[in-house]
Structure formats: C-alpha cells, structure tokens
Design a protein around this ligand. Sequence first.
Ligand code: URA
Length: 276
Amino acid sequence: MDGQGRSDLQTSETGTRALESLLGFWAEAGVDTAFTDEPPVDRVAERVRPQPAAPHAPATPAAAGPDVSGAIDEARRLAAEAQDLAGLAAAIAAFDGCGLKFEGARQAVFSRGVADAPVMVIGEAPGADEDAQGQPFVGRAGKLLDKMLAAAGLADRVFITNTVFWRPSGNRNPTAQEQLVCAPFLERAIALVQPRFLLLAGGASAKAMLQRPEGILSLRGRWFDWTSADGALALPALPTLHPAFLLRQPAAKKRAWADILMLSERLDRPERPLGG
Ligand code: URA
C-alpha cells in the first residue's frame, strides 16, 4: 500500500474510533434513539428467532420469525430447572431463543466471581474480549471495574454477569427484547446467588433492570427497588456509570467511585434490628 493509501486508512480508522466514542457517549447518557424520516425498521423481528416446536429439537435458522413470548417461556422453563450455577450456565449455553446467539458470538458468556457474593454486578452485554474468553468483564473495561471494586474492598464480594449472554455484533447495545428473553436466566442467577445488593453498570443495564425511562446520568448514585417479574424477589439496586464510559470520559470516574463507595458503605453497615 502506498503512503497515501496508508494515510487514508489511518484517517478512516481514526474517524471510526471517534464516531464509536461519540455514539458510546450519547448512548451512555441515555440517548438511545435517532429519528429519521425513513419508516421504522423492526430490528427485533429480524433478530429474535422462534423456539423449536419440540423443546429439544434442533433450531432451524431458515424458519426464523419473531416469537419473543415463546422464547421467554422456554427461558423460564430452562432457568427454573437449573439447580445450581453450573446447571444454569449449561442451560444458557444450550438455549437457542436469543437472536444474539446467531449474530456471530463465539460462545455464551455467563458469569465470574463468588457464588454466594453479597453484591451482584450486572453489566450490559459481553464484548469482544468476553466473547473470546467466555467470561464477563475481562477486557479493558473489566480491568477498570476490578480495580475500582478492589480499591473499595469488594474484590472478593462480587458475582459478575450481564443482562444478555452473547456478544451483540458490532458491540451495539442489546435490544429490550434480547434482554427480556435473557431475563429469566438472570433472575434465576439472582435467586441462586442471593446477593444483598445489585450494582447495575451502565444505562442499558439500569434501564432493563429498573424499567425506568431516565438516562444513567440521572439514575446513577440512587438506590432503587428491583423486583423480579413474578414479584418473588426484591433487592436494593444501585445504578452506576459503565466502566467503558469511564475509559472514554475519565473525568466521570469520581462519580462512579462515589457510587461504589456508597455500596460498600451500605454493605458493611450493620443491619438495623427489626423494630429498631
Ligand atoms: N461490558 C459489559 O457490559 N459487560 C461485559 O462483560 C464487558 C463489557
């Protein structure tokens, strides 16, 4: 390649990175919709694949069509059958109802950390490093998350997972439907781990877990009540900024640090006796 070709390529790579960073900034700030004059495209219908008629029959990509509620029912059934985290990981890996699985992900990415941790960290979706290694938060953002958790004394007190278990192509945010389809597995993980608190990392996690319209910059640093779909589980949940956002916007680190300290302080605060 001649000098001009190389320089054009570098310029376009720099431009792509700048664009990704800018889009990430807006997405993290809660701006997740762009309006155009074009008619809407139903991306969900393009991505969510139906469950096979027989529960264990092989999936048939050619017959794909949207059946979100069928996929959710199947996820609920499989999740309920899982008696422990290993069983849940296996059920997720075998599940064909989330379209993300068929977008080029190499493997399912479920969890890492302590099986009975008092804190469950819930991120958005696996990225390229997680897809390659099969564990959540193992890339640059994960390293930053680990450093912050360790500095707050939480390194060995967390179980880490995501709202979806396959890497979305191009590192886009997962859709609400993809998160809904994966939610029964996430809820089962919460039931098995029995954490005391949830730490929701990033806008896509906070939005899915809390069903609130505000952006993460408004939600972060405030406690909310998270309740499972069937109402059987309820926990205090604290949204915070996503570590990938902090890598792009280092000035925001102090806000995320304040959130993590708030969590660690609450964790170590003695429970008030009933009636006290
Ligand atoms: N970002 C997330 O939200 N989760 C991961 O596992 C990695 C990056």
